[in-house]
Design a protein around this ligand. Structure first.
Ligand code: NAP
Length: 303
């Protein structure tokens, strides 16, 4: 006896979009999420590039999606998926306390944040080191802070923090930003943003209170070291896949992404990969939602 037609691992944009399409196809969906619903978009202050919506906060976007899924009757459980096994055509999805039987699985677990890997970085989380400017930025009002990274997240974070922090150092390992032109334009001419380019963060120093007091940057071209006193450091250096729990059932590429094309089909029959966790070029809100729809409809064809 199947518990659900389709089990979806991950309640980010891809996973929740998939749940909408499964329920609307008249099948039953269970969404399993190890953390909070919403995925990465929850950390974005203002989403400006989702077709049809001019401005919306990431939190409101994710909450709308979550409510939509619940209204359509999908079940959402806050349990982490620890593994998937095949039992003939059916699939068994294992969490810490339960095993769910279904016909198809959609893996939509997104990506995990990349960390700097400095010795005391972990200890300083919550004491100056943060990975989410929209969550923690308000603690640094009128203070000097640093943002590390050159992608959309880092530039958005720097612009956001510059609105209320005294000074923002934007540290990037190259002299070209990866971020979209629109984000680069927003920080241009901001008097309280200082660019520290061709530089990486090589040390974090604590004050006597055990909180972050300064960072050390090293210029990659000259080798010159600089100590920058800051109360906060926002690390925005991208993400890495976290697909080890699925490595024994679907093929991963050398970077750890699940190998799947635009049809979201993985190397295993009945298992689909949607959103940022799969091999793809464009990792955006719109493409995550699209993947969810494609995976759901393909999964429903099997049920
Ligand atoms: P990202 O685009 O992968 O950028 C990561 C940045 O961190 C890059 O500039 C990279 O440098 C740098 N970096 C990587 N590893 C590093 C390391 N070990 N030390 C120092 N710097 C390092 O990540 P993201 O900005 O979080 O964005 C992730 C995805 O979400 C992207 O597809 C992005 O477009 C999307 N996103 C979209 C929006 C939006 O559309 N509003 C907002 C946020 C994010 P290099 O450039 O030298 O590689």
């Amino acid at each position: 006896m199947r518990d659900y037609d389709v089990v979806i691992a991950g309640a980010g944009t891809a996973g929740l979009s998939a749940a909408i399409y499964v329920q609307r196809a008249g099948k039953t969906a269970l969404v399993l999420e190890g953390n909070a619903y919403g995925g990465q978009i929850i950390n974005t202050l203002d989403v400006e590039n989702y077709p049809g919506i001019k401005h919306i906060s990431g939190f409101d976007f994710a909450t709308g999606l979550y409510e939509q899924v619940q209204e359509l009757g999908a079940k959402v459980e806050f349990e982490e998926v620890l593994g998937i096994t095949a039992d003939g055509e059916e699939k068994l999805v294992r969490t810490a306390g339960k095993t769910y039987r279904c016909r198809a699985v959609i893996i939509a677990t997104g990506v995990a944040r990349r960390v700097l890997g400095l010795p005391n970085e972990k200890e300083l989380v919550g004491k100056g080191v943060s990975y989410c400017a929209t969550c923690d930025g308000a603690f640094y009002r009128k203070k000097d802070v640093a943002v590390n990274g050159g992608g959309n997240t880092a530039l958005e974070d720097a612009e956001f923090l510059s609105r209320f922090c005294n000074k923002v150092y934007l540290i990037h390992r190259r002299d070209q930003f990866r971020a979209a032109e629109a984000e680069i334009r927003k920080i241009e001419g901001k008097e309280n943003i200082e660019l520290v380019l061709n530089s990486t963060i090589t040390a974090l120093s604590e004050g006597e209170d055990g909180k972050l007091a300064s960072i050390e940057t090293t210029d990659k071209l000259t080798g010159e070291k600089r100590t920058i006193p800051v109360s906060g450091l926002f690390v925005a250096i991208g993400q890495i896949p976290a697909n080890q729990a699925f490595a024994d059932i679907v093929e991963l590429d050398s970077a750890g992404y699940i190998v799947a094309g635009e049809d979201t089909k993985t190397s295993a029959e009945g298992i689909f990969a949607a959103g940022d966790c799969r091999t793809k070029k464009v990792r955006q809100l719109a493409t995550a939602g699209a993947d969810g729809a494609v995976a759901a409809l393909a999964a429903c064809e099997l049920c």
